[in-house]
Design a protein around this ligand. Structure first.
Ligand code: FAD
Ligand code: NAI
Length: 468
């Protein structure tokens, strides 16, 4: 007898596990298929959570090294205990994935261990690592199988010396020289971790800028700050190959448009050129589920695929590959399946780079507003004029708010600075309510806080900021 559910979700990442919990809360009988030994997907096991554990620890290490003296704290030269730092990361992951186990039990969600494939309408085969496959049935199936690292042709990943983010999160020694291929979020976050711990980091980026998609003024300032921290950038460059035959890796770098090859020595090379949707072994072709030109599962506005009863959410469909985007789609699909009006506002979706300083954004960039011909005004305020930032030795960066010239409605916001990733949310909320810059400018902010810089940026869109 096949196990029978209202909903089967394939994949237990932020998309899948959140969909499962909300669906259970809404009264559905839910089964989640997961091929990994632990729940939580990329984000909890090999992504957001372990990277943030290492970013936090390495940031404090760096602060102890370079920031404490000025604050009157003499501790001598701090010593790195990488084994303990990695243990902290492992414990953080264990505690988070254990949290999902707990939530599944609490919500009576069944975990079906093994690789899931769709074998017919409403039918999923689950093949465990060992033992016989089982078949499960459901009224609806949600594909939430996420994404995997993209690779460069001809470059072999061994996760020891030539690594993706997964290997870069588990190195057992600080590389003397680390070459990062790709100046995107992963390259800059994990490049920062190892740079702070002592590696000489060189970032090779194909485009003429870092962090494509983020506001270009922010990206330029950010690059300067990272360079000051010791990171080297080779923009408009591509990696033509990595020679692994010698004791040191040789990374061949050539100008993006072709030209003379420069050879960089490295102990470790991190390939961070993006991620691709993961649909292998799901049986989508046989099931008739259509993909788009980039291999993502094609869905309509209600996450429905080309096949009745099969839906998809998260990294495996179009849109930013972000955990909170997957989570919100998880809630939306559960609500839609329960007959409610599930909805995600992609126009107010924050993005954060968890470096020091942090970079955070929501809504449109200046580049996008220019391209679409929208008339906008800019409100800007530097942290160097914020009292709390001075007290914290965190006066780098600024808040920039973009608002419609006529209506004053906030169209986008970009923050580079300490705790930018927390501060961005008042702008996300403002945008969610279609708020104007004046709404924010008239809102009392506690003093002294970094968030006052956000209000000051809004004030500067009206009669003027006070402290500048
Ligand atoms: P995933 O989390 O990828 O989960 C998919 C799950 O499906 C996996 O558990 C997989 O084992 C399972 N699966 C796949 N196929 C099958 C199958 N056939 N049968 C059974 N199980 C299957 N995003 C942020 O928002 N903030 C961050 O700070 C952040 N940091 C990141 C750091 C790194 C190093 C990386 C790599 C990513 C980071 N991300 C971050 C991105 C984030 O991890 C993803 O956007 C998010 O995990 C996507 O969730 P998902 O549920 O779509 O898929
Ligand atoms: P990315 O898309 O952010 O950046 C990839 C970079 O590599 C781009 O700058 C691109 O121009 C460059 N590139 C592509 N091909 C290249 C080549 N051949 N040579 C040199 N450079 C090349 O992808 P990344 O950093 O791998 O991250 C993948 C996903 O994971 C992102 O979509 C991101 O949203 C998510 N993520 C999110 C985090 C966060 O929210 N803080 C943290 C880490 C990952």
């Amino acid at each position: 007898m096949a196990d029978s559910f209202d909903l089967i979700i394939i994949g237990s990442g932020p998309g899948g596990y959140v969909a499962a919990i909300r669906a259970a809360q809404l009264g559905m009988k839910v089964g989640v298929v997961e091929k990994w030994p632990t729940l939580g997907g990329t984000c909890l096991n090999i992504g957001c959570i372990p990277s943030k554990a290492l970013l936090h620890a390495s940031e404090l290490f760096d602060e102890a090294k370079h920031g404490f003296k000025q604050l009157g704290i003499d501790i001598g030269e701090p010593k790195l205990n990488l084994t303990q730092m990695m243990a902290h990361k492992t414990e953080t992951v264990a505690s988070n994935v254990g949290g999902v186990d707990y939530l599944f039990k609490k919500n009576k969600i069944t975990v079906l261990r093994g690789t899931g494939s769709i074998v017919g309408p409403g039918k999923v085969r689950v093949t465990p690592e060992s033992g016989e496959p089982i078949q499960a049935e459901a009224k609806a199936i949600v594909i939430a199988t996420g994404s995997v690292s993209a690779n460069l042709p001809g470059i072999e990943i061994d996760e020891k010396r030539v690594v993706t983010s997964t290997g870069a999160l588990t190195l057992d020694a600080v590389p003397e020289k680390l070459v990062v291929i790709g100046a995107g979020v992963i390259g800059l976050e994990l490049g920062s971790v190892w740079s702070r711990l002592g590696a000489k980091v060189t970032v090779v980026e194909y485009l003429d800028r870092i962090l494509p998609g983020m506001d270009s003024e922010v990206a330029r300032q950010f690059q300067r700050m990272l360079a000051k921290q010791g990171m080297e950038f080779k923009l408009s460059s591509k990696v033509a190959g990595v020679d692994t035959s010698g004791a040191a890796l040789q990374v061949w770098v050539e100008p993006a448009q072709g030209g003379e090859i420069e050879v960089l020595d490295a102990d470790v090379a991190l390939v961070a050129i993006g991620r691709k949707p993961f649909t292998e072994g799901l049986g989508l072709e046989e099931a008739g589920v259509a993909l788009d030109e980039r291999g993502r599962v094609r869905v309509d506005a209600h996450y429905k695929t080309s096949v009745e009863g099969i839906y998809a959410i998260g990294d495996v469909i179009a849109g930013p590959m972000l955990a909170h985007k997957a989570e919100d789609e998880g809630i939306a699909i559960a609500e839609i399946l329960a007959g409610q009006a599930g909805h995600v506002n992609y126009g107010a979706m924050p993005a954060v780079v968890y470096t020091n300083p942090e970079v955070a954004s929501v809504g449109k960039t200046e580049d996008e507003l220019k391209a679409e011909g929208t008339e906008y005004k800019i409100g800007k305020f530097p942290f160097s004029a914020n009292g709390r930032a001075k007290a914290m030795l965190a006066s780098q960066g600024f808040v920039k708010i973009l608002a419609d010239v006529e209506t004053d409605r906030v169209l986008g916001a970009h923050i580079i600075g300490k705790n930018a990733g927390e501060m961005i949310h008042e702008l996300v909320t403002l945008m969610e309510f279609s708020g104007a810059a004046e709404d924010l400018a008239r809102t009392t902010h506690a003093h002294p806080t970094l968030s006052e810089a956000v209000r000051e940026a809004a004030l500067s869109l009206g009669d003027g900021a006070i402290h500048i």
